[in-house]
Design a protein around this ligand. Structure first.
Ligand SMILES: Nc1ncnc2c1ncn2[C@@H]1O[C@H](COP(=O)(O)OP(=O)(O)OP(=O)(O)O)[C@@H](O)[C@H]1O
Ligand SMILES: [Mg+2]
Length: 503
């Protein structure tokens, strides 16, 4: 039999990728394109969902051409996506009714505060696993329904569809206005704040409280099953998985056993710990989320430490300050000095997510003296990523009692050796990077391949995982504790800046 391939689309915050994998899990072809970041006001971030759909079509074509493959040589297509980003579109025309509101956008802070009422930030936590925060999709949808003239009425009449990016892509891939299927998977649905974590269904009381009409919502399905058949360039290919990008990385990193964890370093960083078939509530600022659900098998849950800004701080250092020309230039600049010179950067651009959930925080640079150079700042920028990770690792231990003994890492920032060494140093445990660092696409491909019989089970997938590089802790304990103390003082300085959002 001739070899069949599996394609995955990773629709991320900054770019869309399509990767085609062979049966052994190795990459056959990649294509990637960026899309526009739209910043209408401080704290607001939007994407054009129509642009995203056209970039996705372009990278699919690019990957197929690069591999020299036709659609009929693909066994399945998997989808993974930036999570929470919210699209509302007109079912009749297929056009978005507004720019998508991106997960980092803070415009719903006041609405979330109002929704909390006397119960505060944890009003829906027992049901959804999430604190009320501008991060999640439900309030973003509610904001659009309130603010776009006439939209609520049209939504109640069933003319409007809501979706996170997975739903938007699957609907378009399977025909759009001509029979597109309107579905989402449990991982993406778990980020709306509208789904009950135990029943995996939309929660009627939360829908009522948030005033989101049921008529706009997609059907919630598992993460690995055939949702429909693609049309267009991928005509005939089963669309067979959907996972939020971070959950896809869990799957691609083969974190299938309870107690295994990974951290992905992209725009933000997201550390997920597999807690097995029961959701574990967090008391220390983490969130409880779906990990994956493969077909009719029981769902697997994770505890997650969500950090909004890590790689995006490097981009800011490059694009807004202009101190480097490309992200990889930050490493030699940081390595040109021995330490941070006393400077700390807390990138609270969208407030702070885990473990603080403070929408009133804004970014600060502390410890400045005349001694500090751009090289010290480059170090402080990188160190902000490892300290934020340390904070969520500590919270994970407090919540679960699981002490992470090694950390599997992936994502663009793991190319940075200085950062990975610092990460191992501040955690005091080894950090390991796999051979296929594109774990997000790989996870979506694995799930789609499981749904269509390309791979038979998790053990087969686990056997693909191979170590590429690792870093062992070298920092003296007293240096680590002193620096951690300084970091926490810097974090406190970021609190209470944006007073309208103060709780
Ligand atoms: N050598 C490097 N050192 C530090 N940061 C880097 C380096 N190379 C890339 N980055 C950062 O990594 C991020 C890109 O990582 P990656 O490609 O995994 O993200 P992404 O998947 O595109 O993100 P998203 O899914 O959020 O769109 C960028 O924010 C960039 O600033
Ligand atoms: Mg990504």
């Amino acid at each position: 039999m001739t070899e069949k391939f599996v394609a995955a689309i990773d629709q991320g915050t900054t770019s869309s990728r399509c990767i085609i994998f062979g049966h052994d899990g190795a990459i056959v072809a990649v294509d990637q394109r960026e899309h526009r970041q739209i910043f209408p006001k401080p704290g607001w971030v939007e994407h054009d969902a129509a642009e995203i759909w056209s970039k996705v079509q372009a990278v699919v074509a690019g990957a197929l051409d690069g591999a020299g493959l036709r659609a009929d040589q693909l066994s399945a297509l998997g989808i993974t996506n930036q999570r929470e980003t919210t699209v509302l579109w007109d079912r009749a025309t297929g056009k978005p009714v507004h720019n998508a509101i991106v997960w980092q956008d803070t415009r719903t802070s006041a609405l979330c505060h109002e929704l909390g009422g006397e119960d505060g930030q944890d009003r829906f936590r027992d049901t959804t696993g999430l604190p009320l925060a501008s991060y999640f999709s439900g309030p973003k949808a509610a904001w659009l329904l309130d603010e776009v003239p006439g939209l609520r009425l049209r939504a109640e009449r069933g003319e409007i569809a809501f979706g996170t990016i997975d739903s938007w892509l699957i609907w378009n891939l399977t025909g759009g206005t001509d029979g597109g299927v309107h579905v989402t998977d449990v991982t993406n649905a778990s980020r709306t704040m509208l789904m009950n974590l135990e029943t995996l269904q939309w929660d009627p009381s939360i829908l009522a409280a948030m005033r989101v009409p049921e008529a706009v919502l997609p059907e919630i399905r598992s993460s690995a099953e055939v949702y429909g058949t693609a049309v267009g360039r991928l005509a005939g290919v089963p669309v067979a998985s959907a996972l939020g990008d971070q959950q896809a990385a869990v799957f691609g990193q083969a974190c299938y056993d309870t107690g295994t964890a990974k951290n992905t370093y992209g725009t933000g960083s997201f550390l997920l710990l597999n807690t097995g078939e029961r959701p574990v509530p967090s008391k220390n600022g983490l969130i409880t989320t779906l990990g994956y659900k493969i077909g009719s098998a029981a769902p697997v849950y994770c505890l997650e430490g969500s950090i909004a800004i890590t790689g995006a701080l490097v981009q800011w250092f490059r694009d807004q300050l202009g101190l480097i020309r490309s992200a990889d230039e930050i490493e030699p600049l940081a390595a040109s000095v021995d330490d941070n010179g006393g400077a700390y950067v807390v990138p609270a651009f969208s407030g702070l997510f885990a473990p603080y959930w403070r929408s009133d925080a804004r970014g600060v640079i502390t410890g400045l003296t005349g001694y500090v150079t751009k090289a010290h700042l480059a170090r402080a920028v990188l160190e902000a990523t490892s300290w934020q990770t340390r904070e969520v690792v500590d919270a994970m231990y407090q919540d679960s009692g699981v002490r992470i003994t090694t950390l599997k890492v992936d994502g663009g920032m793991t190319a940075n050796n200085l950062l990975m060494q610092h990460q191992a140093d501040v955690l005091g445990v080894p950090v390991i990077r796999p051979k296929v660092s594109e774990t997000t696409c790989l996870g979506a491909a694995y799930a789609a391949g499981l749904a269509t019989g390309v791979w038979s089970d998790l053990d087969e997938l686990k056997a693909h995982w191979q170590r590429d590089a690792d870093w062992s802790p070298q920092m003296a304990a007293e240096v680590r504790e002193r620096e951690y103390g300084n970091w926490r003082k810097a974090v406190e300085r970021s609190f209470g800046w944006h007073e309208e959002a103060a709780r």
